[in-house]
Write a protein that binds this ligand. Structure first.
Ligand code: SF4
Length: 487
């Protein structure tokens, strides 16, 4: 029996034949991929703007899929046969059982032009494959494209406001680059069909499991061990080699295959099963003096900017949490959250400068807070001096933690969410509301400022955002105190 294929299934096959097989035959084994819903939402948002940009007259035709493949193909054929030269969106085609839906099909004097729209900020290798598959299908139809382009987000675009998004997308002509790949498509289709017709194929696990896309079947394919060679920091492509040589459990990996100092620490801790804490941490932390501040921002970044003067994917702070510890170890907490829906830069900057008055180190975890202060200064030039002075007080706690502490349960990561449970399991993020990581905070913020969100839901989000960001700075206090042996 010939198996029907879609472009996305063929892309799955290109990533890993087993992934394709599992998607078709064992979809129930797929696990949720973090951030996938947000990525889809972003893609749709960029797609909506693309339709405005490619159809300024508003007479383009959108091919619905509500009545299935045959109806969508019939509508596409009708549109192509009609007198209009307006663009067609989601035009639907099939060749040898391979289904594609095109983002934009431009027509006119120069002939059909295929434009694939992506929310990314550059052309990636997988985009060439994507375009090649579509153009191979279309070359057998009346819509045979004269050129194939990819339109992606231009992160240098500055939104002027009032819905004017001309310039948000930049096009790259990929006609030449995709030509050699296009010739390979029939072979991919044949191979994919063979895989689908057979039993579950074997496939080597490795970096392919998250490249170019996070595969949802890792729970099925990866054997569960407490310490995997994939935990080695900075292992990169060498992971594939280690796995191919049969190394899987980090505790069984010969020492001479561990190369960098960070990898040696992770390997050593896995062998011993105990944490490493250097006594020099106390001296280093105490050298910064007091009072000491612990700062964390939450930010939002929109692929399609909402506020005039902002750029695509620009990280814009909308919330901060600040714990302040005085010389006697007493702790105070301040916080700010702007759910007005307006550009929050000024409100965030002014409230933060007020809360951090005086002197003393301001600890952050990663250098991200420094970037946020720079962003705030760009939007509030009159506050630049104060924000730069605050940036000069920033101290990154992450490299300090990295120099002085590692626990095998951190599995090769010094992220605060990996570190915290090893020293203060009672501060578990799982005990928070619906927001337990930065991506969820972004989504919640976007929901809170959406016009359709009612007051009760906005209040619930406010509560959860404050709890989440407050937990982040409390976690930093806890880490600092632990490292200096105060707890
Ligand atoms: S987890 Fe890896 S090996 Fe398993 S299907 Fe996905 S990509 Fe293939």
């Amino acid at each position: 029996m010939a198996h029907g294929l879609s472009k996305s299934r063929l892309m799955s096959f290109r990533q890993c034949p087993r992934r394709l097989w599992l998607e078709r035959h064992r979809p129930e084994l797929a696990e949720e991929v973090p951030g996938q819903d947000a990525a889809f939402a972003t893609g749709h948002e960029v797609g909506d703007v693309a339709r405005q940009l490619y159809d300024p007259a508003g007479d383009g035709l959108f091919i619905e899929y509500d009545q299935g493949l045959a109806a969508a193909m019939a509508r596409t054929r009708e549109a192509l046969a009609g007198p209009s030269a307006a663009p067609i969106f989601e035009a639907t085609f099939e060749r040898d059982g391979l289904l594609v839906r095109t983002d934009v099909l431009e027509r006119g004097d120069t002939g059909p032009r295929l434009v694939e729209v992506k929310a990314s900020t550059s052309v990636k290798p997988e985009h060439l494959v994507d375009c090649a598959i579509q153009s191979w299908v279309l070359e057998s139809t009346p819509a045979r494209p004269k050129s194939v382009s990819l339109a992606h987000v231009d992160n240098r675009f500055v939104y002027p406001g009032d819905g004017r998004y001309q310039g948000l997308l930049v096009e790259q002509d990929l006609t030449q680059e995709t030509a050699p790949l296009r010739e390979q498509v029939p072979g991919w289709v044949r191979s994919a069909r063979r895989v689908l017709a057979g039993p579950e194929p074997a496939a080597a696990i490795g970096t392919r499991c998250w490249t170019p896309y996070e595969c949802p079947f890792q729970g099925h394919c990866w054997r569960k061990v407490d310490h995997s060679v994939a935990d080695l920091p900075g292992i990169g492509q060498r992971l594939d080699q280690l796995l191919a040589e049969g190394h899987y459990d980090l505790r069984e990996l010969p020492e001479d295959l561990v190369t960098s100092p960070d990898q040696r620490r992770v390997w050593r801790a896995a062998q011993r099963g105990t944490a490493e804490l250097s006594l020099a941490a106390r001296q280093e932390l105490r050298s910064y003096g007091s009072p000491r501040f612990f700062l964390d921002f939450e930010t939002i970044s929109f692929a399609v900017p909402r506020w005039a003067g902002t750029r695509p994917y620009q990280q814009l702070p909308f919330q901060w949490s600040l714990h302040v510890e005085d010389a006697r170890g007493r702790l105070a907490h301040e916080e700010f959250l702007d759910l007005s829906g307006e550009l929050p830069a000024r409100a965030v900057a002014e409230s933060l400068l007020e809360a951090t008055r005086g002197s003393g180190p301001v600890f952050m975890y990663t250098a991200f807070e420094k970037t946020c202060l720079r962003t705030l200064a760009a939007f509030c030039p009159d506050l630049r001096d104060g924000l730069e002075a605050l940036a000069d007080r920033l101290v990154d706690l992450l490299p300090i933690a990295k120099r002085h502490y590692y626990h095998p349960a951190m599995r090769g990561s010094w992220s605060i969410k990996k570190l915290l449970p090893t020293i203060a399991p009672e501060l578990d993020y799982a005990g928070l509301g619906t927001i337990r990581e930065g991506g969820a905070a972004q989504q919640a913020y976007a929901e809170a400022i959406a016009p359709g969100t009612d007051a009760a839901r906005r209040e619930e989000i406010r509560r959860d955002l404050l709890a989440y960001c407050g937990q982040d700075t409390l976690a930093m206090v806890t880490v600092a105190r632990y490292l200096e042996g105060a707890v």
